[in-house]
Every structure is written in C-alpha cells, then in structure tokens.
Design a binder for this molecule. Sequence first.
Ligand code: F0G
Length: 487
Amino acid sequence: MPDENQLVNKARPYSNHSVFFKKNYTAEERAATLEKVGLNVFFFPSEMITGCDMLSDSGTTTMTNEQWAALFRGDEAYGSNKGYFLLINRIKETFGPEFFNDPTLNKPNAFIFHQGRACEDALFSLLGKTGAGLIIPSNGHFDTTQANIEANNIKAVNLFSEELHNEASNSHFKGNMDIAKLKNLLDEKKEKIPLIYLTITNNTGGGQPVSMANIKEVADLVHHYNIPLFFDACRFAENAWFIHEYEPDWQTKDIKDIVKQMFSYVDGFTISFKKDGLTNMGGGLFLKNNGLFLKKYPTFPDTLLNYQIIKEGHPTYGGLSGRSIMTLVSGLKTVTKQEYLTHRISQVQEFGQTMHEQGLPIVMPVGGHAVYLDINKFFTGTAMKPEDFGGISLTAILLAAYGHRACELGYFAFGSYNKKTKKEIFPEVNYIRFAIPRLKYEKQDLDSVAEAMLLLYKNKDKIPPINVTYGRDLPLRHFKARFEFNE
Ligand code: F0G
C-alpha cells in the first residue's frame, strides 16, 4: 500500500454540511455603498461581501451538523432547562470540576451570560466598588475588556512581552505576560490590584498564545502576593494547541489535559463562547471553588446572582435561549479535538505564511485566530502619516475593490483624541486584523485575500489618507466614526 502520509495536500477533517451562495456585486456598487456608510466597514451590509468576511472570528463560526441537531433539541423552559444540566457537565469536563458547583449545593460559582462583555461588566462593576485607584494588569486587555474596566473607574494596564515587537525573536509565545514589568507593578502597587488577567490567546497582542510556563510563573508570582489570577479564556483551546505543538513536555499530552492544567492555575475566568465555544452567542463567568478569588470576595456570588437575574435572566439560562445552550454543549466538545484544532490553526498559519512570503509585513509567527498586518511597516516609504489613519483607508479599499472585509485594530481603534491639545494619542500597536471565522473558508478564499493584499501593497503610494468626518473624539470610536478619502 502507498503511504497516505506522503500526501502534502491533505483533505480537510470535515465536509461542508450546508452552504449559501453569495450575491454578485460589482466594485462600483460596493464602493458606492461604502461611501454611504462613511467608509466604516462595520456598517457595510454583509450580504454585499463577495469575498471573505474577516471582520471577526466572534460568533461567526459555521456550526457542525451535531450542533444543528442539538439546536433542535433545545429546551426553552424558563427554569432549569435540559441544556443547563448538560452544560454543567461539559464545563466541569472541559475546565475542571471546581468551576461549576452542583446547583443543589446552593453555592453558585458559575454564571452564564449572553456574551463575554456582559461577564466583564458584572465582574468589574463589583470590583470597582471595592476601592479607589484600582489597577487590573493584563498581558493585553481586549478593547471591550479595557472599556468595561475603565467604565468602572479601574485602570487597565497592558504588560505586553518585549518579544511581541522583536522581529528577530521566533518565540511561539509572544502573547506572554512580561514578568519583570509585572513584578515591578506588584512591588509598587500590590494593594491596588484586585486581580490579574491573562488573555489566552492574546487578541490585542497579535493573537499570540501564552505558554504554560508563563501561566505558571504568573500564577506563582501573583499568588505569592495573595492576588487572584483570572483568564480571559475566549480562545482557550487554540492556546492549548500551541502549547501542545511548541512547548517542550506537552507534545505527547492530550489537548483536553493541557486545558485542565492551564485552568488549574487560575482562580476564575471570563469567557466569550462566541470564539472557542464554537457557537454564535454565549459567555460565562466562572469562579473556582476554594480559589483565592472566592476566599477574598466571599460575598461576590450572591451579588453576582442578583446582577445576573436583573440583567440577564434566571441563573439556569442567563441570557441564552435553551437552544443556544445546546449548541454550546456540543461546540465545547468539538473544539478540543486535536484534528479540528490542527486544521483550524494550520489554515490561519498557511494564510499568514502566504502573505509573509509575498513580502507583506505581518506579525510572525502567526497566532491562532487571525493574521495581523503591521500598518506602519506597510506604508513605509509612502507619504502616509500616523494621523492619516492609513489602516482605515486600506480596509476601505480592500472591501470596495476586492470584496474582502478586514478590520483596523490600531491607531484609530485603540487611539484617542485629546480635545484640549487637538492631538491624537497613539497606542503601542497599529495593525489590520484578518480574523478567520471557524470552519467557514477554504484555501482558495484565503488565497484570494492574500493576492488582493499583494496588489494593494504594490500600489501602496496610491492609497489616499483619511479624513475623520464624525466621531474622532468618541469612546470606542471605531464602531461609530465616519470617514472620507482625502484625495
Ligand atoms: N475578550 C477577548 C479576548 C475578545 O476577543 C472578545 C471579543 C471579548 C473578550 C468580548 O467578548 O464579543 O462576546 O462580548 N472579541 C471579538 C473580536 C469581538 O472580534 O475579537 P464578546
């Protein structure tokens, strides 16, 4: 028998179950519509996207046939629907038994929400009331996480690893927390820090993963200071795959065991299930039974329960329909499968590799869910200035000309405008993110994006600057602002 492992091109580990045909729109039609929505790609009708929609990997997954079947079996009872009990078991199986207490114990430690940011508000609004001048450090807060922290008068601090900006480094774990910076902060301000966050994988930091060694080191350090550690766990399975693939000692271990080991170090976590829950809606806040967080804040569960009931619904459904809970129970099972993860991340890596080989300046090595293009390097040698927001211009032209939608996560999204000085305050990173929805696109689709980007790169001096016509000084401005080309 010939050896099937000799094949370079392996078939995907899944087949399409259901597809839809896109409508045909011309570049002129797309450009006219984009102009009407002030070049803000968030307001561009997805129906008109003829290429790949890479605005987000959140809630955009293609569900498996098992999930569609599970959805049909959803139980829409107001209290204690069938899926709730299945979810309890799945959470315990996936993350560890200490993260979901049996409801009959009347010791709630798991709270279901409709999405990630709702959990964040629940947690930070309570923490914000525990003192003044508080700080929550992270290896990289996501934008809504940061916004929720700041909305509750807490300071959000990002301790990106030095390696993130070091091109010479081929570390696979550029998402790590900078331990030296963390130690300094702890020494100076420990009484002001209610908890520490690790975002796995580090979405704001180029989608880079965090190593098991870093998770352990951070946990040992912060626990030494008697401070609880939390994960922002949206992409936990993808992070576990990187540990399996690239960190010594973990290559022979099962992904499921790696996940459990990762979560053994934390005292709680928030999660948006719209990513590695492989579902279109859902989130949760989980507090480890006997963990440091619950020891320090023993009254939080009662207050959280009230919050949840007032804002989301009864704790047994918490802002989700019974059918959504059923799809989540199924999604969490699929997401830790080795063959799923290998295909998923290889697809992202291959797409990044193609861009890299074409000379496009992307963050290398490629992270788990997206490819990040460095806007400053892209425009090097052109007249584009930081305040021209070249990333906004580039995403608008990519969408209008080639029908692919990507997202600026850089000087505009993360920057702000100082009304007094009339100057922009620029953040550390300036990227365009090509987020890849799970189980949605094939190689041909992604090759088309890489090809379009190469053509734009070759003509980069023809890309005009941007004028911000509305919303420059608003919070979360990238979701709301309007622009025009300054030609
Ligand atoms: N934390 C991280 C690391 C995220 O990436 C997101 C969402 C959230 C929290 C919030 O979760 O959307 O369910 O409220 N990220 C999406 C993105 C929106 O496109 O990266 P949510």
